[in-house]
Design a protein around this ligand. Structure first.
Ligand code: HMG
Length: 389
C-alpha cells in the first residue's frame, strides 16, 4: 500500500522591518502605481544585519518543532541561494541552533529559487521509503539587488520551514511532477558578488516559457486538465509575475472556474505582496498565504509552479488534508506581520549598506532593536556569532 506523504507543518519568519513601496517609488522618481500595480508589491521586508538565512530559518523552524518532533528529524534540507559559506552548509548551523539530534543529515541545496522545491521532493521520496522519518525542509533567502536598479522593487527576504512526513496534516503530495532544466543566463550571482546580475525582462519570459512547458508535460503525464484544480500557486518574485502565469492558462478553464481560480490567486499573493521576494521560500509563502486568506477546503487539489533562474522549473500538485488549518500558527503569523516597523527610504538605504562586510574583520553588531529569538551578534575570528534569546 502506498503511503501518503507531504507537508505536515509550515512555519514562516520575516524580520520586523519593512519599506513602503509607494514611498520607494516616489524616492526613485517613479509613479507609485508602477510598483503597486505594474509590479504588484505594496511593501518589502528589510533585513537587518542581525538576521541572515540561518537565523531566519531557525526563527521559522522553531515554530513547527516540538521537543518530541526534534528527536524524529532524520534530515535537514536547506534550500538557499544566499548562503553564508562556500563550504559549510547552513543546515549544519541550523541543526545546532535548533538542538537537533546528532544522527541527523544536514545539507544545503542550491539552484536559485528552486532549492526548496528540490528539498521538498527529495524529502518526500525519502519519507516514502522511510515512513517514520520526518524531514525539515527550509527555503530561506535575502533577495538583494542594487540600490536604484530595476530589481530594487523586487527585493525582500525571509524563511519558510516545512516538516515533511507520512500522513501529513496539510498537503499530500501527488507522486507525479514535471520538471525542466536549461542552461539560461537570466539571473546569476558569481561568487565575487553580493548582488545578483539579472536580465530582468528576459527572466520574466523564461519563467513563462518554463511554466508553459512543465504544465503541458504534467497534463500529458497525468491526463489531468485545469478542471481538476481548485487553485494554483506560483513562485512570486513579485506578484505580477504569478498573475501573468495564471493568465497564460486561464483560457483553458470554464468561466465559473476562472472566477474561483482568480479569487484563489488573490489570496495566494496577499502575504508575498507585503514581504517581497523570498527566492527559495517564495512559492511556499504563497501557499501559506492561500491557506490563510483563501476559501479552501479539504480534498481540493492545488497546483504548484516552482521556478529557479538559471534555470529549473517544476510543476507538481497536492491535495489539501482535513486538518490543514492545524498545520500552521495563524495567530503567530498575523502578529509577526502586524508588528513590523515601517522604515524610511533613508533608513532602508543605511540598513542595506550596513550588512556584515564581505571580509575577515571582527564585527560587533548593534542588537538593540533585534526582537527575534535567533539572531546574529557579529563575527569573531572569521566565525559568525549566533545567539539565542
Ligand atoms: P522595469 O523595467 O522597471 O519595469 O522592470 P517595466 O517597465 O517592465 O514595468 C513593469 C510593469 O509595470 C509593466 O507591466 C508596466 O506596464 C507597468 P507589464 O507589461 O509587465 O504587465 N507599469 C505601470 N502600471 C501601472 N501604473 C503605472 C505603470 N508604469 C509601468 N504608472 C522587472 C521590471 C521585473 C524586469 C525588474 O523589476 C527586475 O529586473 N526584477 C528582477 C528580476 C525578476 O524578478 N524576474 C522574475 C522572473 S525570474 C525569477 O522569478 C527568479 C528570481 O526569483 C531569482 C531566482 O530564481 O533565484 C528572480
Amino acid at each position: 500500500m502506498s503511503v501518503s506523504v507531504g507537508i505536515d507543518r509550515i512555519g514562516f519568519y520575516t524580520p520586523g522591518l519593512y519599506l513602503d513601496m509607494a514611498e520607494l517609488a516616489t524616492a526613485r522618481g517613479e509613479d507609485p502605481n508602477k510598483y503597486l500595480i505594474g509590479i504588484g508589491q505594496s511593501q518589502q521586508a528589510v533585513i537587518p544585519p542581525t538576521q541572515d538565512v540561518v537565523t531566519m530559518a531557525a526563527n521559522a523552524a522553531s515554530q513547527i518543532l516540538t521537543a518530541e518532533t526534534k528527536q524524529e528529524v532524520a534530515m535537514v534540507l536547506f534550500g538557499t541561494e544566499s548562503g553564508i559559506d562556500n563550504s559549510k552548509a547552513t543546515a549544519v548551523y541550523l541543526a545546532h541552533l535548533l538542538d537537533l539530534p546528532s544522527n541527523t543529515r544536514a545539507i544545503e541545496l542550491k539552484q536559485a529559487c528552486y532549492g526548496a522545491t528540490a528539498g521538498l521532493q527529495l524529502a518526500a521520496d525519502y519519507v516514502r521509503v522511510h515512513p517514520t522519518a520526518k524531514v525539515l525542509v527550509i527555503g530561506a533567502d535575502v533577495a538583494r539587488y542594487g540600490l536604484r536598479t530595476p530589481g530594487e522593487v523586487t527585493q525582500g527576504g525571509g524563511a519558510v520551514a516545512m516538516l515533511v512526513t507520512a500522513d501529513p496534516q496539510i498537503l499530500a503530495l501527488a507522486p507525479t511532477s514535471s520538471y525542466h532544466t536549461e542552461d539560461v543566463m537570466d539571473f546569476w550571482r558569481p561568487t565575487y558578488r553580493t548582488e545578483a546580475l539579472v536580465d530582468g525582462k528576459y527572466s520574466t519570459n523564461v519563467y513563462l516559457d518554463f511554466f508553459k512547458t512543465v504544465w503541458a508535460d504534467y497534463q500529458q503525464q497525468t491526463q489531468q486538465t485545469i478542471a481538476d484544480f481548485d487553485a494554483f500557486v506560483f513562485h512570486l518574485p513579485f506578484t505580477k509575475m504569478g498573475r501573468k502565469g495564471l493568465r497564460q492558462i486561464l483560457p483553458e478553464a470554464r468561466p465559473e472556474q476562472q472566477v474561483t481560480l482568480k479569487a484563489a490567486f488573490e489570496a495566494s499573493q496577499e502575504d508575498n505582496r507585503h514581504v517581497g521576494n523570498l527566492y527559495t521560500g517564495s512559492l511556499y509563502l504563497s501557499f501559506l498565504s492561500l491557506l490563510r486568506h483563501g476559501q479552501m477546503n479539504a480534498g481540493q487539489r492545488i497546483g504548484f509552479f516552482s521556478y529557479g533562474s538559471g534555470a529549473e522549473g517544476e510543476f507538481f500538485s497536492g491535495i489539501l488534508q482535513n486538518d490543514f488549518q492545524k498545520g500552521f500558527d495563524e495567530t503567530a503569523l498575523s502578529t509577526l506581520l502586524a508588528n513590523r516597523r515601517r522604515v524610511t527610504v533613508s533608513e532602508y538605504e543605511a540598513i542595506y549598506r550596513a550588512q556584515l562586510s564581505n571580509d575577515a574583520r571582527d564585527v560587533q553588531l548593534a542588537v538593540g532593536e533585534e526582537s527575534a529569538r535567533y539572531y546574529l551578534a557579529g563575527r569573531q575570528n572569521q566565525q559568525r556569532q549566533y545567539r539565542i534569546k
